[in-house]
Design a protein around this ligand. Sequence first.
Ligand code: BMA
Length: 350
Amino acid sequence: MRKVLIALLVMSSGIVSAKTPAGKLLDRICKLQKVGIMIGHQDDPVYGAEWKWERGRSDVMETCGDYPAVMGFDLGAMELGSDKNLDGVPFERMREEIIAQHKRGGIVTLSWHPWNPVTGENAWDKTGNAVSSVLNGAQKSRFDGWLTILSWFIGSLKTECGEPVPVIFRPWHEMSGGWFWWGKDSCTPEEYKQLFIYTYKTLVEKGCDNIVWAYSPNLGVDDFMKYYPGDEYVDMLGIDVYDFGHNNKTYTDNLTRELDTLSKYGSEHKKPIALTETGSQQLQYDNWFTEVLYPIVSRYPLVYVLFWRNAHDNPKELYISYPKHPTAPDFKRFHDLKNTLFVKDISKIH
Ligand code: BMA
């Protein structure tokens, strides 16, 4: 009897749970979806518009007083055995920052710009039929090796107490554009699906139970589900939409159209949705965050919006405010909105 009581107590207190780390993150994401929109930033704690590699810094935190709720990092070049990613971020530092973000109560998302395995050029080299080569051809064993390296890194994301850190992984993103070796110009939708499923199955078999899987095309409504590998392999749906031309009207039209589609598929497939990459390149309009972006995104049940990186070595790649930038007061107002969530807003919600 005593044993039964203890078992019941333990179960009701939530100590015992059959859920994987990924399952728990997914539950948390669904809970947070009802609270507001998490704000995210790529490479936030490793460099910013005017600094690099210093610890404790963040353009977001220095502008509005809090870290982003979601931090994004990219694994590109890890597959080659490099100790730094394609943008020079050391993987050891990346691991440290992923764990730190988890410990402060935030969420992490990973993207991957792997090299073209056939030509040895970067992710933007679309030649060589690389997808068919990694699936059934000469590059299969090399690709298996790449997935093993990724599984080691993702499996090594643990706190010092050994608690696994769950991550949202969105491999093979923007496939509906024609600029990557896994994109629409370089493989068939069928091959793409096989690539996604093979990646999923391999990492799961290798024990990565801390991955929430995201499917994330780029804008182009007609193509949204064309490459969809299936509900079994996908936990979240996303879309990447940018304003590259400093045109608020075009961005508003594009984003509205894409988010209409995304939310339709999200509810049909019962998957949470996110704006997985966005930003207005070089931030030319001072009130962009509250006057252009917010009126659109606030109409949709988005889990998060991730702004792309503030590249320290390329002023063109500026997507989020920093203290000296003319958009800083507007970003502060954006932070203060009830519906936008930064890390302190979510750290207690599990
Ligand atoms: C792209 C650009 C590149 C960068 C890559 C991976 O969209 O920002 O400069 O190398 O993402 O971060």
